[in-house]
Write a protein that binds this ligand. Structure first.
Ligand code: HEM
Length: 362
């Protein structure tokens, strides 16, 4: 049988060591790769075992199901893609995949991202010090808000969404006490405010579309919405299979899924490259070669990105080694027998926390 340990081991180690390598190593040495504990108000199996984690992911929706802790449902709402399961999840995911594919095929997609990057790089001129992680967060947020809602960094709605989104993020990882003044209660309120802002943007966009069909040109409200009609929202508005709440949730899911992950990955890339002068030199060479074949102000296109083989390898390796998403949650739909060496285990608690652990870390 699996050994059971108090949840405090995770809390203690995370406050002492951060959530990184040391904590993983401590847990692995002290408690083994798979152990039972109690987390998020339910009995939990924590697995740092690659074989078991692979097995769990391979049996998605058969033996295991995505299941984030209940308090997260309270903040995200039940139609969030991160919370929905089964057919609803499949339907939302299919819509999301086709929306992303459509968005990426638009010629403006890469240009918009490059313009935001150049603007941030320009703001570094003359500065003695740059806090890269903060800059990466700014970049990621601006890219997502531009791609999803068509808003530029200067628009007041962008600042409002950012403020609410940061409050929302703080509450996601706090004690789920819905009492006024707690981070959790503030997050629930912030989520409602973001919903209202997004609904107002959707309404405005619908009015704009109606005006244009009445003869006001294709996108008469171009300045106000900051879009040429190539953002996610514009495509989303045409999807009839989604309810209004699902459309709003899509926007929130994109922010939630993309903001922290992408900015942490960028910060890790810089960190790893800083430790590897040879890789940095090769990366610069690849970029300069591509740049030298383009005109002075010519923006990068997909063909240029396809030539960046080394860059792609650097990103893939940083993703692999950097462990951006440290763990994911699943629940077991039935008792599962799992053999680990000579030890046969039965995983019966509902909650499973799969901890991503790389073999070459130890
Ligand atoms: C370095 C970048 C990223 C990493 C490492 C990452 C990682 C992940 C992982 C591991 C999951 C699965 C969670 C689970 O199964 O429980 C996930 C799901 C998801 N991610 Fe990302 N992600 C990244 C970027 C993004 C971006 C840019 C967006 C959107 C703008 C996004 C949106 C989502 C959404 C909506 C889901 C839920 C999908 C579903 O349930 O089917 N992610 N991501």
């Amino acid at each position: 049988m699996l050994e059971t340990y108090p949840a405090s081991i995770l809390r203690d180690r995370s406050s002492k060591c951060g959530q990184g390598f040391e904590m993983h190593l401590y847990i692995l040495i002290r408690y083994g790769k798979v152990f039972k504990t109690h987390l998020f108000l339910s009995p939990t199996v924590v697995s740092c075992d690659q074989e078991l984690n692979y097995f769990i992911l391979q049996n998605e929706d058969k033996l295991f199901q995505c299941s984030y802790p209940k308090p997260i449902h309270g903040i995200l709402g039940e139609v969030s893609m991160l919370v929905a399961v089964g057919d609803t999840h499949r339907r939302l995911r299919n819509v999301a995949l086709s929306l992303v594919a459509t968005l990426k095929s638009k010629p403006e997609f890469l240009g918009d991202i490059e313009r935001i990057a150049v603007r941030i790089l320009d703001s570094w001129k003359g500065r003695q010090q740059v806090m890269f992680c903060a800059e990466a967060r700014k970049f990621t947020f601006n890219v997502i808000v531009k791609q999803v809602l068509g808003l530029t960094p200067d628009e007041p709605q962008t600042t409002k969404i950012l403020e609410d989104f940061l409050t929302f993020m703080k509450g996601l990882i706090s004690l789920p006490l819905n009492v006024p003044g707690t981070p959790y209660a503030r997050a629930v309120k912030a989520r409602r405010r973001i919903s209202s802002t997004v609904k107002a943007i959707i309404e405005e966009r619908r009015r704009s579309r109606r005006r244009s069909s009445d003869g006001g040109g294709k996108y008469p409200n171009k300045r106000r919405s900051g879009t040429n009609g190539h953002d996610f929202l514009e495509i989303l508005l045409g999807v009839e299979s989604l309810s209004e709440d699902e459309k709003v949730s899509f926007v929130l899911d994109s922010l939630l899924g993309g903001y922290e992950t992408t900015s942490v990955l960028m910060a890790m890339l810089v960190h790893f490259l800083g430790q590897s002068p040879a890789a940095l030199a090769q990366l610069k060479l690849e970029h300069r070669t591509i740049r030298s074949m383009k005109g002075e102000d010519e923006l990068l296109n997909w063909e240029d990105y396809k030539k960046m083989d080394f860059t792609q390898n650097v990103i893939t390796e940083a993703l692999r080694y950097g462990n951006v998403v440290k763990f994911v949650h699943r629940k077991a739909l039935k008792d599962i027998k799992f053999r680990d060496g000579e030890l046969k285990m039965v995983i019966n608690p509902l909650h499973i926390l799969m901890w991503n652990f790389k073999k070459d870390w130890y």
